[in-house]
Write a protein that binds this ligand. Structure first.
Ligand code: GLU
Length: 459
């Protein structure tokens, strides 16, 4: 297993090995053996499927596009995870992301395992017709290993409801007469998708921050005041005062999280910066997020990059370099772009004391350790950005029941689920010295190992 996930799974297992209440039925050699099996199971995926999709382009050329479906672990249910369309996709990355899905679902008690897909393309350079072909071919090549009770893809970076609609249609025609509604999630609402799925990840990201800084701090101030924990000090320093926020990434996750922050009166936020692949926009008194969302929806998803475009958007802001967003003197930074954004070469420049991971793995393991050692709270990906897969689960359920929930019901279910995870994790986090990521991993690994043990897989 590559990078951060591998090392933290290992550290979590080391911590568990010392904890006598864990796998208490087993002693000495038997316990050691169970740990060895656990490491082997969690550090390698069950299956790595790879194909080269053969696609005729509109100019007459034919290309072969590398694509993947990784099935990491299905102890808790069918494999589940998005399909990423990005030119930097590679096998190790997909394995790492599939592992995170296993841990994410275990953490939030979502009855799915972990999987992930990837297609090595820059979707912006393909026509709609070509993208449609790519989606159809992906399903044709991998249909044997997919299905509502086997492996259920969803959108990820570079893909969305249009791609899921195409894929489900192809799945349905390859397997006539079989159940298909739960074969893909993140579909359009008219095609069996769930209300609220599109906003779910961004809303969940913001909820994780709001819950920690508002509801939790208010109710647990005794716990926080009586602990020596550096993270508790950081959290307390944020209580009851206006906060400044910067958001890296203004796609489906970042823009929704920024909008939630803009509207949230409980935390008195000011979103002072947002960024995308071209630019950072900064305004110390707070940006007009709804106007920026309107502009991006009319401009191919891109933020304004010139004074003329800012005027057109009706927004006043300073135009800065794309990377500047990471180093601003703000209280909170939401990372909602791609992985590996904060790393050993730029970690010392980060000033925010609280980071929320809207993207998967945006902080490398070296940076994670450095920031955590300095008392910076990182609300990790598997905790913060699980809103997407949680609502995917509701979509899958609605497909089975052929009964649909209102948007209000979906958001209520989402918030209840995230709240219940945070109520389990946060008291431990503020009471012991581990960073939040490790706390979450320990929780997921305990759950997975208990199930694996019961299923007779640890020997
Ligand atoms: N791609 C999203 C994630 O990384 C959603 C996965 C899903 O809905 O299955 O969590």
């Amino acid at each position: 297993m590559s990078g951060q996930t591998g090392s933290i799974v290992q550290r979590s297992l080391d911590a568990l090995m010392k904890d006598e209440s864990f796998l208490r039925d087993l002693q000495d050699e038997a316990r050691q053996k169970a740990f060895t099996s656990l490491v082997a199971i969690l550090s390698t995926p069950n299956h790595v499927h790879k194909s080269f999709l053969r696609i005729p382009l509109e100019d007459g050329k034919v290309v072969r596009i590398p694509s993947y479906r990784v099935q990491h672990n299905n102890a808790l249910g069918p494999y589940k995870g998005g399909i990423r369309f990005h030119e930097s996709v590679n096998e190790d990355e997909v394995i790492n992301l599939a592992t995170l899905m296993t841990l994410k679902n275990a953490l939030h008690d979502v009855p799915f395992g972990g999987g992930k897909g990837g297609v090595v393309i820059n979707p912006r350079t393909f026509s709609v017709k070509e993208l449609h072909q790519i989606c159809k071919k992906y399903v044709q090549y991998f249909s044997d290993v997919l299905g509502p009770d086997k492996d259920i893809p969803a959108p990820d970076v570079g893909s969305g409801e249009r791609e899921m609609d195409w894929m489900m249609a192809e799945y349905k025609s390859i397997r006539p007469g079989e159940p298909y509604r739960g074969s893909f999630t993140g579909k359009s609402v008219i095609n069996g998708g769930s209300l609220g799925r599109r906003e779910s990840t961004g809303k969940g990201v913001y909820f994780s921050l709001r819950y920690m800084l508002h509801d939790f701090i208010k109710n647990q101030s005794t716990l926080l005041n009586n602990t020596n924990n550096a993270f508790a000090k950081t959290a307390l320093s944020y209580a009851d005062r206006p906060l400044t926020l910067a958001v890296q990434g203004f796609g489906n996750v970042g823009s929704v999280a920024a909008l939630e922050a803009y509207h949230c009166t409980l935390l008195q936020n000011k979103v002072v910066a947002v960024s995308d692949r071209n630019v950072t926009l900064f305004k110390s008194s707070g940006l007009d997020i709804p106007a920026l969302i309107k502009f991006t929806s009319e401009n191919n998803g891109d933020l304004p990059t010139t004074e003329e475009q800012l005027t057109e958007a009706g927004v006043s802001a300073e135009i800065r370099d794309r990377e500047d967003v990471l180093y601003l003197d703000v209280d909170v930074m939401i990372l909602a772009a791609l992985e590996d954004q904060i790393h050993k070469d730029n970690m010392e420049k980060v000033k925010a004391r609280l980071i929320v991971e809207g993207a998967n793995a945006p902080v490398t393991s070296e940076a994670d350790e450095y920031l955590s050692d300095n008392g910076v709270i990182i609300i990790p990906d598997i905790l913060a950005n699980a809103g997407g897969v949680i609502v995917s689960y509701f979509e899958w359920l609605q497909g089975r029941e052929t009964q649909f929930y209102s948007e209000e019901e979906v958001f209520k279910l989402l918030v209840d689920k995230m709240k219940s995870t945070m109520d389990t994790i946060l008291p431990q986090f503020f009471g012991d010295p581990f960073p939040l990521r490790q706390n979450c991993y320990i929780h997921s690994v305990v759950k997975l190992s208990t199930i694996l043990y019961r299923q007779g897989k640890l020997y």
